[in-house]
Design a binder for this molecule. Structure first.
Ligand code: AMP
Ligand code: FE
Ligand code: FE
Ligand code: ZN
Length: 289
């Protein structure tokens, strides 16, 4: 019997991860995970392949996606879990976000060009999948050209928030984003809350009170970037606001070195009980699982 451990936050080549969906599922099975959620940025394109592989490996793949919403000058991320792949509203909104990505990527290549770093879109697309292209792909193209030594350096010098070639992209408000996912029948979680710029426990407390009204029901307490203090704060806030818990590595393959599927930075283990509770809640609400 495989272990009852899960990973509800993963990425593939359909957005900015480095594994194909089938590779991701094979690795999850090798890691003896029982279930994963595929949560690519702004796309559900990898799900078909992942679910086919899941059937082969006897693993559960929960369909999902990750979208960014506005938070001050920066962004927060939402995870939709059990996102329906046939919702016209959701498909249209994700397509719009991807178009906005394209506009922004073109603007960033322009900004890089003005700094003397010449890249064309073809080169960037060589590092991406079909649909959801972003800064990690631009970073890989910059490394490939030798303009920077590492992806990290690309973000720190040029394309990180506020850096010389950074261009913001148009994203939804939290009310729109949560409403979009919840309206499509997905379970909505706030992802890695403490990655939000300048996020404090008090600020998060206020935000959760607000987001709950829009339809947020889950907090991602376990995440590779969370230390023990962040996990504790999430557990306390979730209890206070009556939110369920989720957890995931935010695995991106080689695109995020040092983050392991189901293991985070090494010691993370996410019990299947969390998934049981999420399913129980959906069952109560009459939503599909
Ligand atoms: P985008 O969605 O195009 O704005 O790119 C954001 C993505 O880039 C995030 O989801 C991360 O996967 C990745 N990212 C953000 N900051 C860094 C960084 N400093 N180093 C490496 N990857 C990063
Ligand atoms: Fe990412
Ligand atoms: Fe994220
Ligand atoms: Zn993610």
């Amino acid at each position: 019997m495989p272990g009852r451990f899960i990973d509800l936050h993963t990425h593939t080549l359909a957005s900015d991860g480095s594994d194909t969906p089938a590779e991701l599922v094979r690795k999850a099975a090798d890691a003896r995970l029982f279930a994963i959620a595929l949560t690519d940025h702004d796309t559900m394109d990898g799900l078909g392949e992942a679910q086919k592989a899941a059937a082969q490996y006897g693993l559960v793949v929960i369909p999902g996606c990750e979208i960014a919403v506005r938070h001050g000058e920066g962004e927060l991320h939402l995870l939709g879990l059990w996102t329906p792949q046939d919702s016209p509203g959701l498909k249209k909104a994700l397509a719009q976000q991807r178009r906005r990505r394209t506009e922004r990527n073109e603007a960033m290549l322009g900004a890089l060009d003005r700094l003397g770093l010449c890249l064309d879109m073809e080169e960037v697309l060589r590092f991406s999948g079909k649909e959801s292209v972003g800064r990690p792909h631009i970073a890989r193209a910059l490394v490939h050209r030798g303009y920077v030594g590492t992806i990290r350096e690309a973000f720190e010098r040029y394309i990180g928030e506020g850096k010389s070639a950074f261009v913001p992209r148009r994203i939804l408000t939290p009310e729109e984003g949560i409403g979009l996912l919840a309206g499509a029948g997905a379970t909505v979680a706030l992802a890695h809350p403490f990655l939000g710029k300048g996020m404090t426990i008090d600020a998060l407390d206020r935000l959760l009170g607000e987001f709950k009204h829009y339809g947020l029901t889950v907090l991602e307490a376990y995440h590779s970037a969370h230390d023990a203090g962040a996990v504790r704060a999430c557990l306390a806030l979730a209890a206070r606001h009556g939110l369920l818990l989720t957890g995931g590595s935010d695995y991106h393959g080689t695109a995020k070195p040092g983050v392991y599927l189901g293991r985070g930075k090494g010691g993370m283990r996410i019990p299947g009980l969390l998934l049981d509770k999420l399913k129980e809640e959906r069952h109560k609400q009459g939503l599909w699982i």
